[in-house]
Design a protein around this ligand. Structure first.
Ligand code: P6P
Length: 337
């Protein structure tokens, strides 16, 4: 009698990529799959170091400033180095943009892809044991691309794949391809494999959860204030206030929004006129995930996030993202202001 308890037909990330790439037909060269192998190796390694950080005292400041001005944590440095070395050695990447590198990195060789990433986003929370994550996006370069920073100054609609890995109770990878759906994989540490655990993740059309740093309310513009007041102090008969959930780590707030629905925002405001989050490797990948899970993402001018084109690799933007219906409510309030 077969023990039905044991799953014996397991879909690993590798199998998922093989099956997906076959769907592309003869155009699949295997390059993308090999690039994703290098990506998943980075996630496994970063996950390993994060879990050991407190044990081998990796936590705490590395004493060095990164080029974009944030205090650099030891793990930030290690996470970035792991990512850079893995992308370079894959032989499939021509251009790499990292939050931890002021300039875009251009690798020798015949790589046809550009990767944008935040190796450890939310690292300021590490000491408090809050989930952090790696956010990434992949662009396919033109065959004649020589490899320079400008190659990635593209709208998010050009991303061929994007996602993030959240290092929480387990390492959860969320991956979406252009025009595809959103799939969640959980790292089985014993097998060293990412296993498909959340196929076709979809957000509900609406959910009364909002996620924003209320500590910035003083700096919000009128539209922003009106929107958040409309869900905190609803005037419609019988309407109840929304629940507030804010972790302060984008991957954690994004993963909850993906799982439960609701909305997340980091608005541009008087303190951060261009917003805080980076277009290339925070806003655009998250926007692609939200759209492919049935939601949407806009900037502080209510422009579709995936159509925003950065002029510099570290450009920032305001962002409102989440359930489709919740972002429609944001747009309705902004339209009236
Ligand atoms: P604040 C973490 O530092 C981060 O880059 C994102 O992960 C997070 O969403 C945001 O900044 C939190 O910023 O100003 O609310 O602490």
């Amino acid at each position: 009698k077969v023990n039905s308890e044991i799953q014996t037909d397991i879909v690993t990330l590798t199998r998922y990529l093989t099956e997906t790439q076959h769907a592309l037909g003869s155009t699949a060269t295997g390059d993308f799959t090999l690039l994703c192998h290098a990506l998943q190796f980075s996630f496994k390694s970063i996950s390993y170091y994060i879990r050991r950080a407190t044990l081998i005292n990796l936590v705490g400041l590395a004493g060095s400033e990164n080029k974009t001005g944030d205090e650099q944590k030891k793990l930030d440095v290690i996470g970035n180095e792991i990512f850079v070395n893995s992308m370079r050695s894959s032989g499939k990447v021509k251009v790499l943009v990292s939050e931890e590198e002021e300039q875009a990195l251009v690798f020798q060789g015949s790589g046809k892809y550009a990767v944008v990433c935040d190796p450890i986003d939310g690292s300021s929370n590490l000491d408090a044991g809050v989930s952090v994550g790696t956010i990434f996006g992949i662009f396919k370069l033109d065959d004649h691309a020589e490899g320079k920073a400008d190659d990635v100054l593209l709208p998010g609609t050009e991303l061929v794949a994007a996602g993030f890995t959240m290092y929480g109770a387990s390492a959860n990878l969320v991956l979406t391809m252009k025009g595809g759906n959103v799939n969640g994989f959980t790292l089985d540490n014993a097998l060293g494999e990412f296993i498909l655990t959340h196929p076709n993740m979809r957000m509900p059309e609406t959910r009364s959860i909002y996620s924003v740093n209320e500590g910035n309310s003083l700096y919000w513009d009128e539209s922003c204030k009106k929107y958040f007041d409309s869900i905190k102090f609803p005037t419609e008969k019988g309407a109840k206030p929304y629940s507030s959930r804010y972790i302060g780590s984008m991957v954690a707030d994004a993963y909850r929004t993906l799982c439960y629905g609701g909305m997340f925002a980091y608005p541009a405001d008087k303190k951060s006129p261009k917003g805080k989050l980076r277009i290339l490797y925070e806003c655009a990948p998250m926007a692609m995930v939200m759209e492919n899970a049935g939601g949407q993402a806009v900037d502080s001018n209510m422009k579709r996030m995936l159509e925003v084109v950065p002029t510099h690799i570290h450009d920032r933007s305001g962002i409102f993202m989440g359930s489709y219906g919740e972002i429609e409510k944001v747009k309705a309030v902004f339209a009236k202001s």
